[in-house]
Design a protein around this ligand. Structure first.
Ligand code: UD1
Ligand code: CA
Length: 459
């Protein structure tokens, strides 16, 4: 049976008190809406339609690279039933099933969605509602049953004191049969405390018509948590992170303190890697096996090989580090850096668009930008590739086995040949042939008695 997904995301998100649309706020490193879209994909839908309204433009532009999405604008926003109605022409001719998701409910499991579709189909239901039993049902719509059967859903603001005692709540996630759906949605009235067209009213309308309405009750109420405030945003982020950390630990990763391991959902980590407290692994990062990632490290969109050690407070962004290399402490791999096998990048080294060859070392205090550095090269402390001449960026090439003495400046474009030496404190403006020694500092002069003489002059 065809499955079409509709995601409601037109609401204002008043309680976020934000200039940003609610569904673009990040939960564990990804916008809320991306979590919901990932859930939707598990259904293999024929189409996915997002209802936008409040700050529609920033939302559509944030998702513009997703060619598979249809956007429908709801303006003004007159409630959830009114929101669904706006998708009627986008779904013209569609048959089968419509799964309705809420843009602000990101934790729903793939298993629950599958159960929703299976139950809806096997029972021949017109509507199926995902519900949960919670300790604090405030702000949710309550499930009113007659006997076993769901009879209707009543919103908090319209509920009688007795109905407010009900702890079974509406998740705002539903499956609907498309047949006759929009005609029924059109018949929803806005006679309620908020003068809004409530989608949950479909339940009582269908029941009065004698149609089948089913429910699926999740056992873990966290799954249907909606985000309406910054506090809920943080709480849900915590749940997502806890899940991720639990998965990693189950797969053989040591996490010293899961409460302070901030690992985004799409990150992968190999077995026997140790993650110390306060580590951030973000975006599309992959970490190999047997690595050690020390406190304060932040690794974004980077690939780290096996047995790599990343020491404290290193920042690695958009870069690749090969097996058995060591980074930091306090190293900054800024962008597009490749550190090859067994290379070592020490403290206060900044790198950008640079390859550091296998077994090479830059152990202390250096800036290496736009450089190709061969194997077994030694970069002395205080080395700077002067890659920018005020107009353009130029490359530095350092061939295999070269030795760059401390406090040298390599003024690009420049090449230091194979096995060449650069004396400490040199300013290298011209290419150094392989095997040569380049020195540029002048001959040293010692002026005897200078200090004593100076003192006398002052007196
Ligand atoms: C809704 C349900 C409530 C349920 C709760 C679960 C209604 C009337 N109530 O309440 O039974 O327990 O979700 O979280 O449906 N939206 C639009 N257009 C609108 C209004 C809302 O697109 O005109 C979107 C919002 O952006 C949001 C979703 O629909 O993604 C839910 O709206 P919200 O206002 O948060 O509904 P709740 O009051 O939470
Ligand atoms: Ca809500």
């Amino acid at each position: 049976m065809d499955c079409h997904v509709v995601i409601l995301a037109a609401g204002k998100g008043t309680r976020m008190k934000s200039a940003l649309p609610k569904v673009l706020h990040h939960v564990a490193g990804r916008p809320l809406i991306e979590h919901v879209l990932a859930r939707a994909e598990a259904l293999g839908p024929r189409s996915t339609t997002i209802v936008v309204g409040h700050q529609a433009e920033s939302l559509t532009s944030a998702l513009s690279r997703r060619r598979d999405l249809t956007f429908v604008v709801q303006e003004p926003q007159l409630g959830t039933a009114h929101a669904l109605l706006q998708t009627e022409s986008a779904l013209a001719g569609a048959t089968g099933l419509l799964v309705l998701l809420s843009g602000d409910v990101p934790l729903l499991s793939a298993g629950t969605l599958k159960t929703l579709v299976d139950r809806h189909t096997s029972r021949g239901a017109s509507a199926t509602v995902v519900t949960a039993v919670v300790d604090d049902p405030r702000s949710y719509g309550r499930i009113v049953r007659s006997g076993e059967q769901i009879a209707r859903i009543v919103e908090e603001k319209d509920a009688t004191p007795a109905e407010r005692q009900i702890r079974e709540i509406n998740s705002g996630i539903y499956a609907f049969s498309l047949e006759g759906l929009f005609d029924t949605v059109r018949s929803v009235a806005a006679e309620n405390a908020q003068n809004e067209y409530y989608l949950p009213d479909l339940v009582s309308i269908y029941r009065q018509k004698g149609l089948v309405v089913e429910t699926v009750t999740v056992s873990n109420a966290d799954e249907i948590r909606g985000i309406n405030s910054r506090g809920e945003l943080a709480a849900v982020s915590r749940i997502v992170r806890d899940q991720k950390n639990a998965e990693l630990m189950a797969s053989g990763v040591t996490i010293d303190d899961p409460a302070t391991a901030y690992i985004d959902r799409d990150v992968t980590v190999g077995a026997d890697t140790v993650i110390h407290p306060c580590v951030f692994l973000e975006g599309r990062t992959t970490i190999g096996a047997g690595c050690e990632i020390h406190s304060g490290a932040r690794i974004v969109d980077s690939q780290i090989g096996d047995r790599v050690v990343v020491l404290n407070h290193s920042v690695i962004n958009g870069s690749r580090v090969a097996a058995d290399a060591s980074i930091g402490p306090f190293a900054h791999l800024r962008a597009d850096v490749e550190v090859r096998e067994k290379a070592r990048v020490g403290n206060f080294v900044e790198m950008k668009k640079t390859v550091l060859g296998a077994g090479s070392k830059a152990s202390h205090l250096a800036y290496l930008g736009d450089a190709s550095i061969g194997e077994k090269v030694n970069i002395g402390a205080g080395t700077i590739t002067c890659n920018y001449d005020g107009v353009s960026k130029n490359r530095t090439t350092i061939e295999d086995g070269a030795f760059i003495g401390s406090d040298s400046q390599l003024i690009a474009p420049v090449t230091v040949g194979k096995g060449a030496y650069v004396g400490s404190g040199s300013t290298i403006r011209e290419n150094v042939p392989g095997g040569a020694l380049a020195v540029s500092a002048g001959k040293q002069r010692n002026i005897d008695g200078w200090v004593e003489n100076k003192k006398k002059r002052r007196d």
